[in-house]
Design a binder for this molecule. Sequence first.
Ligand SMILES: CCCCCCCCCC(=O)SCCNC(=O)CCNC(=O)[C@H](O)C(C)(C)COP(=O)(O)OP(=O)(O)OC[C@H]1O[C@@H](n2cnc3c(N)ncnc32)[C@H](O)[C@@H]1OP(=O)(O)O
Length: 150
Amino acid sequence: MSEVDLSGEKGWQPFDAPALVGSSLRFVSGDPEGDRFRVSYYRKPDSALVARIWFGPETEGPPEHAHGGSMAAVLDEVLGLAAWSAGYAIVVANLNINFRCLLPIMQVVQVDTEIVSVDGRKVLVRGKIWDGQEKVYTEADCLCIEIQAV
Ligand SMILES: CCCCCCCCCC(=O)SCCNC(=O)CCNC(=O)[C@H](O)C(C)(C)COP(=O)(O)OP(=O)(O)OC[C@H]1O[C@@H](n2cnc3c(N)ncnc32)[C@H](O)[C@@H]1OP(=O)(O)O
């Protein structure tokens, strides 16, 4: 497969996910040369986690477009990781997804995240997969629950 440009924007800092949560996080981001997903994580200047993600041919669902489950897997990982990167050791309890537009495969898209609220052990993270300009493919609310130990 040809080179995929996952570079971030000016002011974004590369974020080392395995350094924070360990190398078990491989389902989405564990095969950076593969034909499924290729992912690079960054922190924005406001410290929000952001990802640049390439959906490869093995994520195909509808012809030439991403499988809904592949988008769900990406949102599970990125939104959960957003909570970890904000200092909360969590697992995902509920992931509510709206699929807005078919997502063409073989292109790089962006996942933006936002910590919406923290209420005791409950951390609500909101995110979207979009083109980074205007087109939103998928939106999600992710309820994360803090755990004592992994
Ligand atoms: C290790 C590195 C990982 C880093 C990367 C993260 C990205 C990957 C994210 C994942 O894929 S994690 C794997 C998928 N998730 C799971 O398998 C979670 C399975 N579920 C559980 O382990 C437990 O259900 C859970 C820890 C989430 C909660 O069980 P607890 O017994 O600890 O909590 P409890 O049931 O008492 O609920 C605590 C609060 O959360 C609320 N809650 C729990 N589950 C909920 C739910 N599903 N919907 C709404 N609210 C929920 C619950 O009502 C309560 O609210 P209040 O404090 O206000 O009373």
